[in-house]
Design a protein around this ligand. Structure first.
Ligand code: GAR
Length: 186
């Protein structure tokens, strides 16, 4: 069975969708580690509910990104992590993790990349007057929301309410992330 690590910084609905799919057997994998860089984030409660090992850290307590990434990579090595899934992890992956896990890290992003990179993709797209929105899953490289695209799904929306776009998009994310992970690990 493949071992997953999920990295998240916030609410963790994608983390929960992945953990639930593993628990149900819809995903032939196990979430062996949750990594969170925001103490107090809601995703931590979700992780505890699933009894998943968590590495939660405060980036500012470390001298550099390399220092906390070395610690994360060390634990991932011990657990035999096969695939790293970024799920709302609002931080660039640095050279330490890329060197050891490059080609095994994927990210989900709420836009049709390469359009609307960054932390406010949906808000930026609504402000632009976009009529076709979407979700992208891609390999992670050193750039912000860069890396080769693995899967995309588009949906039309003519309104101007970012919350509604988030709601529609998240439903797609939870399904598309699981389908994509399953394809990658089988
Ligand atoms: C998701 O919508 C994901 O696409 C986005 O963060 C959200 C996390 O939601 N990621 C990015 O914007 C990456 N640039 P969740 O915490 O409920 O899974």
């Amino acid at each position: 069975m493949k071992q997953l690590a999920v990295f998240a910084s916030g609410s963790g609905t994608n983390f929960e969708a992945i953990a639930q799919a593993c628990a149900d057997g819809r995903l032939n994998a196990r979430v062996a580690l949750l990594v969170c860089d925001v103490p107090g984030a809601k995703v931590l409660e979700r992780g505890a509910r699933f009894g998943i090992e968590t590495f939660c850290f405060r980036p500012k307590s470390y001298a550099s990104k390399a220092d906390f990434e070395r610690e994360i990579a060390g634990r991932m090595d011990e657990l035999g992590i096969d695939l790293v899934c970024l799920a709302g992890y609002m931080r660039l992956i640095g050279p330490v993790l890329l060197e050891r896990y490059g080609g095994r890290i994927i990210n989900i992003h709420p836009s049709l990349l390469p359009a609307f990179k960054g932390a406010h993709a949906v808000e930026d797209a609504v402000a632009y007057g976009v009529k076709v929105y979407g979700i992208t899953i891609h390999w992670v490289d050193a750039t912000l929301d860069g890396g080769r695209i693995i899967a995309q799904e588009a949906f039309p929306y003519e309104g101007s309410d970012p919350d509604e776009v988030h709601r529609i998009g998240q439903k797609i994310e939870h399904r598309l992330y699981i389908e994509t992970i399953q394809k990658l690990i089988q």
